[in-house]
Design a binder for this molecule. Structure first.
Ligand code: GRF
Length: 207
């Protein structure tokens, strides 16, 4: 069974959707470790509640991003992970980390990429006045939210939306497409060719 690490910096509701999907049998993979750069991240508590090992690496303890990432790589490799799933991990990753896990880092972004990359995707969409927004799962490359797109889900932007109300409508979809993207990956059904990800058909069942 493939192993993943989930990296969190905050509440970890996406992590929870992944844990729930594993526990329900929808996702057949092992969450080998949940790591965070913030010891107060509630995602760590969620992991502990489900008996998943946790690691805390405070980025402030390392003089450079590269030294932080070298330690992070050493830690994650110690668990033998096949894929790193970013779930609200609020650190920019340098080429050192991205190249080490080439095409093996997944992220979820709260907007329809390539629109509104970076932080506050929900607010950017509201401020711009778009009628629809949503979320995107993608593999991570060296840019900010620029990697090959896996799945996207659309939600309407309503006239009286706030960042919070739009955010929670988007989050509901995040909790659906992140487990689905991981499922496709775990079944070896994501073929990356340059910018494009092809989704291969699933195995046929008897009925
Ligand atoms: C989500 O909106 C996700 O799209 C973004 O960070 C947020 C994490 O939320 N990358 P949570 O910690 O999973 O609740």
């Amino acid at each position: 069974m493939k192993k993943i690490a989930v990296l969190v910096s905050g509440g970890g509701s996406n992590l929870q959707s992944i844990i729930d999907s594993v526990e329900s049998g929808y996702l057949r993979l092992k969450i080998a470790v949940v790591a965070s750069n913030k010891e107060e991240a509630y995602g760590l508590t969620r992991a502990r509640n489900h008996g998943i090992p946790t690691e805390i690496l405070r980025h402030g303890d390392y003089p450079t991003r590269e030294e932080f990432e070298t330690k992070l790589i050493e830690t994650l490799d110690g668990y033998g992970v096949d894929l790193v799933a970013l779930a609200g991990f609020m650190r920019v990753l340098t080429p050192l980390f991205v190249n080490h896990y080439h095409q093996r880092i997944m992220n979820i972004h709260p907007a329809i990429l390539p629109s509104f990359p970076g932080t506050h995707g929900q607010k950017q969409a509201l401020d711009y006045g778009v009628r629809f927004s949503g979320c995107t799962t993608h593999f991570v490359d060296e840019g900010t939210d620029t990697g090959p797109i896996i799945l996207q889900a659309i939600v309407p932007v309503l006239p009286d939306d706030t960042e919070e109300s739009l955010g929670s409508r988007i989050l509901k979809e995040e909790h659906r497409i992140y487990p689905e993207s991981l499922k496709l990956w775990s079944e070896g059904r994501l073929l990356i060719d340059g910018r494009k990800v092809t989704i291969l058909p699933g195995a046929r069942t008897k009925d």
